[in-house]
Design a protein around this ligand. Structure first.
Ligand SMILES: *[C@@H]1O[C@H](CO)[C@@H](O)[C@H](O)[C@H]1NC(C)=O
Ligand SMILES: *[C@@H]1O[C@H](CO)[C@@H](O)[C@H](O)[C@H]1NC(C)=O
Ligand SMILES: *[C@@H]1O[C@H](CO)[C@@H](O)[C@H](O)[C@H]1NC(C)=O
Length: 469
């Protein structure tokens, strides 16, 4: 018996994936209910309800994810939910699985299938609230008493806008029953639960929901108990506000980068906005913390980038422009410092609007030959062959038209000048004289380092990624 306990502890240590082990991973964020079905469910369904995606569907389509070059997935919260909790954020029984996605054994089979393919599994978790919006807690397990919750109040828009943490942390988000982590039963049970969840299903990392709505000292205990890499959601772009959550949580979903990339590629701010952005985020979050941020191009809480192009304007020219912009944003997300977390459907140019329209069904479009699928795959391959993700990001060029950086031998260059060709001479770079650099998207597009420099041509907002031949 003693031997068995020691063995299971040492196994746990080996299996726990730390932030440093995660920092070279590339993550595909999927919604379990929307990615793939194993039961032939129709792809047209009411997006506010369950559509029929399941764990077996993910297992059957893991190649779709790994062939695109991803080596981790982020799945929806796995526990039992109140009605219509297809997204998973409305817990009812925290020790039961959400049976709409399969059995507990199906979930274990998913994790095993992923591990067998070298894919890590990040589970989305909630510790701020339960799924009921009333004050009847009988069905909630293990928090079935009003003593486990804050008194009833609702977080207002003004509370969010003014960062009024006192209210944000004690009141309800969208009416959801707000757990009181100052109650010792609540705090210790949440900690027992996260330990159990990680150990029971062998998850490799956690994405934590609604982080700003709980005090940071609780998160320190919670993430320590989880013992795996944690990335937290604070739906806010203000670095000064966000930084208090780094430490208690390994990394945050990088909303500051998300908004900056939209400013640059969509709203035409100068490319050198990115230079000041990286200076600011390094001094605010600490440069050493940047590799653990979760960088994302789109997600389930925001209208997809391509949305306004498609719904408000059927003009093909505009749509083509948006695709260029979206490629730039996605390539930047996949190459710059941080862990990329690419939202499912990006690879098929999905364009859904606000929640739930941005949570489309994918199983009728699992096409491995689409333009964006191949684009993402090509970048993921270059990341891997150059080991870019374990290298520092060094800025190589910045002006109003062009921003470029290297990570090791990978050189990435971006422009938001969609109406012209820009030409620059790159003199600050790590390559030896005579080195030939080729564009990963068009392998015949090569340049040679001569007299210490190489030319960079960017045509109409294209992304170029050079690696040595
Ligand atoms: C979809 O489901 C939601 C939630 O039950 C409901 O309010 C809505 O009317 C439904 N939409 C359609 C088009 O049936
Ligand atoms: C709450 O759960 C506990 C433990 O399962 C149980 O003993 C108790 O009767 C429940 N209380 C209510 C109000 O349902
Ligand atoms: C279509 O695109 C062109 C070129 O960008 C633009 O000038 C025109 O205004 C667009 N038309 C509509 C209806 O948006």
């Amino acid at each position: 018996m003693i031997k068995f306990i020691i063995l299971s502890f040492s196994l746990l240590e080996v299996l726990s994936k730390t932030k440093d082990e995660w920092k070279t991973r590339t993550v595909y964020q999927l919604l379990t209910d929307r990615f793939a079905t194993s039961t032939g469910k129709s792809s047209s369904c009411n997006l506010s309800k369950y559509c029929g995606g399941d764990y077996k569907g993910i297992i059957n389509n893991l190649d779709y994810i790994t062939n695109m070059g991803f080596d981790a997935i982020w799945i929806s919260p796995v526990n039992d939910n109140y009605d219509n909790g297809y997204h998973g954020y409305w817990y009812r029984n925290m020790y039961d699985v959400n049976k709409n996605f399969g059995t507990a054994q199906d979930l274990k089979n998913l994790v095993t299938a992923c591990h067998n393919k070298g894919v890590w599994v990040m589970v989305d978790v909630v510790a701020n609230h339960m799924g009921n919006t009333n004050q009847d807690y009988k069905q909630n397990y293990p928090f079935n008493s009003s003593a486990h919750y804050h008194d009833y109040c609702i977080i207002s828009d003004n509370d969010f806008n003014t960062h009024n943490l006192a209210n944000i942390q004690k009141c309800r988000l969208a009416g959801l029953a707000d757990l009181n982590q100052d109650n010792s039963f609540v705090s210790s049970e949440l900690i027992n639960w996260i330990k159990w969840l990680i150990n029971e299903y062998q998850f490799d990392g956690i994405r934590i929901d609604t982080v700003m709505m709980v005090k940071t000292d609780f998160w320190t205990k919670f993430t320590n108990a989880a013992g795996v890499y944690s990335v937290g959601e604070v739906f806010d772009g203000d670095m000064g506000f966000l930084k208090q959550f780094i430490g208690p949580i390994n990394g945050l979903l990088n909303y500051p980068l998300f908004y900056t990339l939209r400013d640059v590629f969509l709203h035409n701010k100068g490319m050198n906005t990115l230079e000041s952005f990286f200076n600011n985020i390094a001094s605010s979050f600490g440069k050493a913390n940047l590799p653990y941020m979760g960088n994302f191009n789109d997600n389930h809480d925001n209208a997809r980038f391509l949305n306004d192009a498609v719904t408000e304007n059927s003009n093909f020219t505009v749509t083509a422009l948006k695709k260029l912009q979206f490629k730039a944003i996605t390539a930047f997300t996949l190459t710059s410092v941080g862990i990329p977390m690419i939202y499912y459907g990006s690879e098929q140019y999905y364009a859904g609007g606000n929640d739930p329209n941005n949570r489309e069904v994918l199983w009728n479009h699992l096409d491995q030959t689409s333009e964006m699928y191949k684009f993402i795959k090509t970048i993921n391959e270059a990341r891997k062959t150059t080991k870019a993700a374990s290298q520092d990001q060094i800025q190589r060029y910045a002006d109003a038209d062009v921003y470029a950086f290297t990570r090791g031998t990978l050189f990435a260059a971006f422009s938001n000048k969609y109406d012209k060709q820009v030409v620059k001479s790159i003199t600050y770079h790590p390559y030896a004289e005579g080195t030939t650099l080729c564009n990963i998207f068009y392998t015949t597009d090569c340049v040679k380092v001569a007299s210490g420099a190489f030319p960079l041509y960017l045509n109409y907002g294209e992304v170029k990624i050079f690696i040595p031949k």
